[in-house]
Write a protein that binds this ligand. Structure first.
Ligand SMILES: Nc1ncnc2c1ncn2[C@@H]1O[C@H](COP(=O)(O)OP(=O)(O)O)[C@@H](O)[C@H]1O
Ligand SMILES: [Mg+2]
Length: 253
């Protein structure tokens, strides 16, 4: 049995006293695996991630990390946003190092760690560039490097690749999987793309439409050796995408 690093128990979220965004979400997140949260727009994916990040207090239920209930954000979880969330007036290096400032790490140490992750995400040579001088893919890599510097065991990613074109998206997906072979992270990855979920995830958690609740959990077990284009033609891959598509369709009228 997998070791469970994070657990949500019976999470419910009600906005403004009446909008039920999530209901009864109980989920086990295995250590070192990638869990995708998949569902239609508005079903509560971001809400669930924010609850796990400790940014929203749920109306019911708890989030536990290694058995201990969370009470807010913490260094054990790092967030990567869809819109990059970079500081426009800061360079790549400064943006990446920013995550460490709050932790009281010395400037020299911050730069050393940051340069290491900048290299790991493939941005060497761009340390002194500003966000507006970068492509969408490079901005997203900067956001990823920043999240990695924090050195948290859990990475929370909210549709991180949805603001880039399809070609770049595939490249980032491949690179993420490569990176995860080096970095021992547990990833919770929110997406509305079935293909992305099946390609990346060990576990795909399908949320039904509003109020979001877990409709189904699928374990892709895709053989990911080889070219991404070939992987996407595997019968198992194609079958899973179809299967998930049929089940999602029944939640979206
Ligand atoms: N701060 C908020 N106040 C009120 N309603 C919200 C707020 N944030 C999200 N919602 C509503 O909760 C539902 C789930 O939103 P969200 O978690 O952003 O979904 P998703 O990320 O799956 O698109 C939506 O109907 C949305 O309009
Ligand atoms: Mg969202």
């Amino acid at each position: 049995m997998d070791d469970i690093i994070l657990k949500t128990e019976d999470i419910g979220v009600i906005y403004d006293g009446s909008i039920v965004a999530l209901e009864n979400v109980s989920l086990n997140v295995p250590t070192g695996k990638l869990t995708a949260i998949l569902g239609p727009s508005g079903c509560g994916k971001t809400t669930l991630l924010k609850v796990i990040a400790g940014l929203i207090e749920p109306s019911t239920g708890t989030v536990k990390i290694r058995g201990k209930e969370i009470i807010g954000p913490g260094p054990d979880r790092a967030l990567v946003f869809q819109d990059f969330a970079l500081l426009p007036w800061a360079t790549v290096l400064q943006n990446v190092a920013f995550g460490l400032r709050a932790q009281g790490v010395s400037k020299r140490e911050r730069e050393k760690t940051s340069l290491n992750y900048i290299k790991e995400v493939g941005l060497s040579g761009f340390e002194d560039k500003y966000p507006h001088q970068l492509s969408g893919g490079m901005r997203q890599r900067t956001g990823l490097a920043r999240a990695l510097t924090v050195n948290s065991d859990i990475l929370l990613m909210d549709e991180p690749f949805s603001a880039v074109d399809e070609q770049m998206r595939r490249k980032l997906q491949e690179d993420l999987l490569e990176l995860l072979k080096i970095e021992n992270k547990t990833v919770i990855f929110v997406t509305h793309s079935i293909e992305e979920a099946v390609y990346l995830a060990d576990q795909v958690v399908i949320l039904s439409g509003r109020p979001g609740s877990i409709a189904e959990i699928v374990y892709p077990e895709i053989d990911r050796l080889g070219e991404i284009d070939l992987i996407r033609r595997q019968p198992r891959y194609v079958e899973l995408v179809d299967e998930i598509w049929s089940s999602l369709k029944s939640y979206v009228e």
